[in-house]
Design a protein around this ligand. Structure first.
Ligand SMILES: Nc1ncnc2c1ncn2[C@@H]1O[C@H](COP(=O)(O)OP(=O)(O)OP(=O)(O)O)[C@@H](O)[C@H]1O
Ligand SMILES: [Mg+2]
Length: 231
C-alpha cells in the first residue's frame, strides 16, 4: 500500500479583503508532498508563497479547501491541537525570523524544546547553533546579531526538535554564498539522515534545483516546473 502524503492540500483558496477590493492570493491550489521529499516553491513577490506556508502550518485558515498533514485535516483541529502539531512535528523558518528580542540566541533556539519539556534543551540548542556556524554567538541577543546570523538562529530554532516537516521561507535569502551553501547542506543532510520533509520558498535556483521538485506560484496557481537534473 502506498503511504499517504505528508501534505495533502486540495482546492485551497485564499483571498484578502482590502477595503472595496478583493485580492485572490491562492485559487484552487492543490499540493501533495510525500514524506521525506524536498520541494522548492518559487514565484514572484506577492504571489502568495508565504501565505501558502502559513496555511500549511495552520497559522492561517483558507477560505475553502482542505489541508491534511499526515492525514489530519487542519480545519478539524482546535488552537491547542494545532499548536501541539507544530510543536511536535513542524519546524517553521519565517521570512522575518520572529526571534524573541529579549532572549539570547541559545535561549531562542532552546524554546521549542523547553515547551515540549525535553531534557537538556540548552545542550541541544548549543549543538544546533554550532551546526549553523554560530557557536560563538550563542549568548548574543537578536539585536546584537547580523541579519544572516539572525536567520541562522531562526533555522536552528526550527530544526532543534527534529521536526518531521520543515517549512522554510527563503532560508538562505540574506546569506552570503558560503553561508548559504552551508545552510543548504545542513537542510539536505537532515533530509537524508532523518527523513525531514522540506518545503522551501526560495529564489535561489541552485537551491531549488537540488530539490526533488520545483513548483512555481503565479496568478494564484501552483505549477510543477520541469527541471533537468544535471548529470
Ligand atoms: N493579512 C493580509 N491582508 C491583506 N493582504 C495580504 C495579507 N497577507 C498577505 N497579503 C497579500 O497577499 C499577497 C501574497 O502575499 P505573500 O506574503 O504570501 O507573498 P510572497 O509570495 O510571500 O511575496 P514575497 O516574495 O515578497 O515574500 C500579497 O499581495 C499581499 O499583499
Ligand atoms: Mg514571502
Amino acid at each position: 500500500m502506498q503511504k499517504q502524503p505528508l501534505i495533502d492540500a486540495h482546492g485551497v483558496s485564499l483571498t484578502f479583503q482590502m477595503g472595496e477590493r478583493t485580492v485572490a492570493v491562492l485559487r484552487d491550489v492543490s499540493l501533495q508532498v510525500k514524506q521525506g521529499t524536498t520541494v522548492a516553491i518559487a514565484g514572484p513577490s506577492g504571489s502568495g508563497k508565504t501565505s501558502l506556508l502559513l496555511l500549511l502550518s495552520g497559522l492561517e485558515q483558507p477560505e475553502s479547501g482542505v489541508i491534511r498533514i499526515d492525514g489530519r485535516s487542519l480545519a478539524e483541529l482546535d488552537r491547542d491541537q494545532l499548536a501541539d502539531l507544530r510543536r511536535d512535528r513542524i519546524g517553521i523558518v519565517f521570512q522575518s525570523f520572529h526571534l524573541l528580542p529579549s532572549l539570547t540566541a541559545v535561549e531562542n533556539v532552546a524554546l521549542p524544546l523547553q515547551m515540549a519539556q525535553a531534557i537538556d534543551a540548552r545542550g541541544a540548542a548549543l549543538d544546533m547553533l554550532a551546526r549553523v556556524g554560530l557557536a560563538d554567538r550563542a549568548h548574543h541577543r537578536p539585536s546584537q546579531l547580523s541579519g544572516g546570523e539572525q536567520q541562522r538562529v531562526a533555522i536552528a530554532r526550527a530544526l532543534v526538535h527534529r521536526p518531521q516537516l520543515l517549512l522554510a521561507d527563503e532560508p538562505t535569502g540574506n546569506l552570503d554564498d558560503q553561508t548559504a551553501q552551508s545552510v543548504r547542506e545542513l537542510l539536505f543532510r537532515l533530509n537524508r539522515e532523518f527523513g525531514t520533509t522540506l518545503v522551501l520558498v526560495t529564489h535561489d535556483m541552485q537551491f531549488a534545483e537540488q530539490c526533488d521538485r520545483v513548483l512555481r506560484l503565479h496568478d494564484g496557481q501552483l505549477q510543477e516546473v520541469q527541471h533537468v537534473v544535471s548529470a
